[in-house]
Design a protein around this ligand. Sequence first.
Ligand SMILES: Cc1cc2nc3c(=O)[nH]c(=O)nc-3n(C[C@H](O)[C@H](O)[C@H](O)COP(=O)(O)OP(=O)(O)OC[C@H]3O[C@@H](n4cnc5c(N)ncnc54)[C@H](O)[C@@H]3O)c2cc1C
Length: 394
Amino acid sequence: MEFRFTPEEESFRGEIREFLRRELPADWGGAGALGEADEDRWQFLRSFQRRLAERKWLTLGWPQEHGGLAASHMMQVIYSEEMTYFRAPTQIGVGPDRVGPTIILYGTEEQKRRHLPGIAAGDTVWCQGFSEPAAGSDLASLQTSAVAEGDFFVVNGQKIWTSFAHKADWCILLARTDPEAPKHKGISYFLLDMTTPGIDVRPLVDMAGRHTFNEIFFDNVRIPRDCLVGELNRGWYVAAATLDFERSGINRVVTGIRVYEDLVQYVAQSQQDGGRRLPDDTRVRTKLAELAIEFQAGRLLAYRVASMQARGQIPNAEASMSKLYGSELQQRLAGAGMEIMGMGGQLEPGSPWAPLQGRVEAFYLLAVALTIAAGTSEIMRGIIAGRGLGLPRG
Ligand SMILES: Cc1cc2nc3c(=O)[nH]c(=O)nc-3n(C[C@H](O)[C@H](O)[C@H](O)COP(=O)(O)OP(=O)(O)OC[C@H]3O[C@@H](n4cnc5c(N)ncnc54)[C@H](O)[C@@H]3O)c2cc1C
């Protein structure tokens, strides 16, 4: 692994910073509660996407013939690092980083012509309809069915935890097309227009009060045959490719670094805590020092994933290590923040007395989901044990 960035990479970093300083509002604190009533905020996010698209930054890693910049993995890491640090909205939904690359790999020429330009331009929002109430970690157990009927597949069933389904124009959908086959071999992968009759999207509000994910119910939803991606009953392998486009995980670490810096500033400026200044408290100083070291380790784990990708290797246990460490580190940071801030830390964003505008409180609640989304910690540990350490399955 090379521990320095090239001059070209450093110059790209500078270009991104300059762009973000110019384009983001001066008081920008992050995308926050997407999908809530604030229409102006939503419109800002949409127009920001289009500005990223104009520079081809939404599709940084796509091949040039499909509207991308064919940027290296390291360039993509730098982009993700800077965008996350400035709390900029990188993309809405899963179009640019998951759907586009999957269509490039498995889609028909017609699917490419129809969908790639809208994704690259930041015009279409996509959601990922994979998980079901009884199929999350064991995704291959999914039960939503798609039955062939003439030129259509008729879909019935339910999805859950579908982020941005309430805002999405299209959905990548996994459904069972052969109930008799072994479970991995009877699944197909579809592109579903969310305006199709028979789709019912119901909100799920998380414990931070945000509406980002949803349940989706399908009642005789008719998907045209030409919306099938890849071969019939081979959708499991297409889905595996979609999930493989998950990146190095640098964004997880950098989100935390930003909150960490806020916390350090809070401690430095705080006056009293029961008669004692927080910066003089050895426990606080030690905790902050430990976290600083852990963030450095988290950053290097993420760089290692990108560095392997850059050399044409496929990170497997290494990507799981980055995911596990980065997500659990954020929870440790959130816990430390709440302890250091004491009772005041529990005040929500919007409260005039909330330290750091309630950002640590919000982070504490949101961090809970991080060890579940994109693979739980137990699943990550299983991968590290099996594929990384070569241990036998339990
Ligand atoms: C914020 C957020 C956004 C999400 N967005 C989407 C989305 O847009 N689209 C989508 O399709 N899904 C989405 N999900 C769903 C996510 O992929 C699943 O929640 C995740 O895969 C876990 O599945 P599950 O919730 O069914 O839990 P389960 O798989 O039922 O797991 C329950 C518990 O059992 C443990 N467990 C399960 N299997 C094993 C095993 N083999 N070994 C050891 N322990 C095990 C798990 O670690 C967990 O602790 C989202 C989830 C979150 C939290």
